[in-house]
Write a protein that binds this ligand. Structure first.
Ligand code: GRF
Length: 219
């Protein structure tokens, strides 16, 4: 039995907000029936907040530096999010590690996007690390967020070739284009109840995913 549909989302950001923008755009195009109830950044003056303002979405800065512990910071995030009664949390370029206080408050209802083909290159500087490896492809992954950094079950991935003259910036731009396709798709699937998290696994159309779905195979 699939989970009930969830469509009120809170989005956490830390930077430029291009993934936030792709979700906003897909909602406006009618491709995604989520409703972004609020946007929270842990850093002030980032362009993601401008994007939220332009889309008339309530937005806040909750700085992790204002709290003496990670748990207190996470409680502050929860307090704001819960005033909007959100069903789902979308981490969109959010650059803080979230621990059990936050994760356990939204069990199975937090999505994250990571710029690599997980489990390869979890953590930071993924594009440079991919260039320095002997990999010929790179890409991005949408996964359920758990307390394990970049470790939750992966739902959907998209791949790009690593080209001979690539540098990290060029590769990042190519990956970002795919991020803007797979993230809104996964948000829509969660809203429809087509994907859900159960006992540490991701389910798609009520089938346990033993491997991530690949964008190239589902179009
Ligand atoms: C993206 O590569 C995303 O995968 C990573 O942060 C980068 C910037 O995301 N988490 P955005 O433009 O702020 O959405």
């Amino acid at each position: 039995m699939s989970q009930s549909a969830l469509n009120k989302i809170g989005v956490l950001v830390s930077g430029g907000g291009t993934n936030l923008q792709s979700i906003i755009d897909n909602i406006h195009l009618g491709e995604c029936n989520a409703e972004i109830k609020c946007v929270i950044s842990n850093i002030a003056d980032v362009y993601a907040l401008t994007r939220a303002n332009n889309a008339n979405i309530p937005h806040y800065v909750i700085s992790h530096k204002a709290f003496t512990s990670r748990a207190e910071f996470e409680q502050a995030l929860i307090q704001t999010l819960d005033t909007y009664d959100v069903d789902m949390i979308v981490l969109a370029g959010f650059m803080r590690v979230l621990e059990s206080t936050f994760i356990s408050h939204y069990p199975g209802r937090i999505l994250n996007i990571h710029p690599s083909l997980l489990p390869k290159f979890s953590g930071l500087n993924t594009h440079q690390r991919a260039l320095e490896s002997d990999e010929t492809t790179h890409g991005c992954s949408v996964h359920f967020a758990t307390t394990e950094l970049d470790g939750g079950p992966v739902i959907l991935q998209a791949s790009v070739p690593i080209l001979d003259n690539d540098n990290a910036t060029m590769l990042a731009m190519r990956v970002l284009e795919k991020e803007h396709i797979i993230y809104p798709k996964c948000v829509q699937w969660l809203c429809e109840g087509r994907i859900y998290y159960k006992q540490g696994c991701a389910y798609f159309d009520n089938e346990k995913l033993t491997a991530a779905l690949q964008l190239e195979q589902i179009k």
